[in-house]
Design a protein. Sequence first.
Lengths: 344, 344
Amino acid sequence: MKVRVTIREVAKEAGVSLGTASRALNRTGRVSDKAIAAVTKAARQLGYEPDAVARSMRTRSSGVIGLLVSDLANPLYATIITAAETTFQEAGYALLVASTHNERTREKVLIDAFRGRRVDGIIMGPCETESPELVQRLAKDLPVVALDRDVGPGSTGIQVDHYGGAKQATEYLLNLGHRRIAMLTPGLDLRPGRDRIAGFEAAFQGRGLEPLSKLIRAEKSSMEFAFSDALSLISSEDGPTAFICLGTRILAGVLQAIRHSGRSVPDDISVISIGDTDLSQLFSPAITALRWDLSVVGEVAAQLILKQIDRQHNVEPPEHVRIATQLVFRQSCGPVTLPAMSQQ
Amino acid sequence: MKVRVTIREVAKEAGVSLGTASRALNRTGRVSDKAIAAVTKAARQLGYEPDAVARSMRTRSSGVIGLLVSDLANPLYATIITAAETTFQEAGYALLVASTHNERTREKVLIDAFRGRRVDGIIMGPCETESPELVQRLAKDLPVVALDRDVGPGSTGIQVDHYGGAKQATEYLLNLGHRRIAMLTPGLDLRPGRDRIAGFEAAFQGRGLEPLSKLIRAEKSSMEFAFSDALSLISSEDGPTAFICLGTRILAGVLQAIRHSGRSVPDDISVISIGDTDLSQLFSPAITALRWDLSVVGEVAAQLILKQIDRQHNVEPPEHVRIATQLVFRQSCGPVTLPAMSQQ
DNA sequence: CTGTTAGCGCCTTCAA
DNA sequence: TTGAAGGCGCTAACAG
């Protein structure tokens, strides 16, 4: 157990007072060059390392940002986290992470834990039964950036255009002649899920059509669920000719179900993935996917936090960044070819 | 900006002294039930939340663990992180994460940053040109768990049996008649890479054969590299009849190269993935893969840290946990069928 | 059992 | 420009 060297010892070694040492090290206030030189040398000699905890105590700022998501292992979040961490690292901030597992109570506990640790800001991912009030109240105390949450105009956030993306994807399938399109997305009560459904329906209504509501499924994001769900849909009468699937896990389940039922993509069934992951890119056939830049989400989230910190958390107007989506055309979608079937 | 309520105010509200309030809240030392009741009530009334920073300052323990990996977005690490975080959360610890991007200097800086923040322990993933001394020195100061690093017997760590796994995978291919087996793994100077190569060679030598060294490639873990590498291998004379690929990215590149060259899996070329990801599980054909339990790695790492903390970082003998691998047989491997070709 | 006191290491006034 | 002193909020040691 090595004993830490304190600024006190550095000061003594440099032959100055504690206060001067502090000012010299932080280049704050007026200090003579001589003092700076002496202190710097002493610090290096002794291997001095400032105690961030003590400093936080004094300055009321920890240099730590908290990040709260439902599941750290989710590849979508993982990318966001990396980008955010890199940005924070450059700015000298550290990143504290935690999983809410989509539990509201846990989310509260973790927020309190973050606050207790005096984080300088919090990035929050979507969580079940989101309440705008929670975020707004929190944002009164410290910089908060909400990811894909519905927060009022009072708080800053980043929102992916799930609505427009789902609409575009659906329209693409409609153009190919599909009418019985299944939409599988979890989290109906979360903004992303809601918006996707809305975009999906808007695309239908744009041509005076009605989506088949029984083809909208909102299971948990699990491969097993998606598999059995897709399988029952496929084998049912008037089953879907196309699937729109959210994320790797659901996409995986659907692809397995299709394979299991002896159908093929895209000849029998077309598939679009919402969210572009390794699987969608590398599957054979490659899956047409709706993508958006996750690194940008992470980076912008970090920057928004830093900006709020810089401005001392002033009454800066909250910002809302909208992230666009792109439909990447690959080989998983084709025209409807089923003969002798009524078009809805 | 809400003002925080301190333990002092709680004490006053409860009509007791500061010390009693502290003891009551922490259930430490002897306190009367009456005092506990009064303090608890006052705390709740005022919405008291202990200041973790001040507490850390006093107790010299931050309740924070640092986790250092080369890339947070790597799906393998992401799973480890989640498991570790969950374990720490249960124990009341928070997790600080950072990416080294495989840069040695950055690693040092981040370790110092962690120490400055008074973390109670550090989990370190492998990093380029690992030096056992670094970890050993660090472990003198605080609990450290190294993941897949070669550390001397003096430090505790978790090591996946890459050697045995690679050996088993290679033997499987040898049994199928393959002789020209390509091994693509990054990080030759890291323990995982080294051990894989060793296991690979051991399998050959076990039958008196020699692997073709030109088929061992150790590129960076990038899809593009793997793609061009695999493509040149495939189109070269005496190209490989089987590939062993590390991880999602290299596997993806190889699969694309195979597809691009008009070959098929497993008829023309067999493929084994080291590391079982979404892609290997869900590709068609499903890819035979070497897997190990990443959740266990994360959980055990966390437990080893907690154990060291519990024992006050005593001279507890360092532990070395070995994680076994399993070869999951799927559809991507077949016997060699190329006619009229010399067997090496 | 409880109150008082002394710092943890640092930054930041306040005088000199 | 510098030194001295105060205190951030908390816990732990010591008297009562």
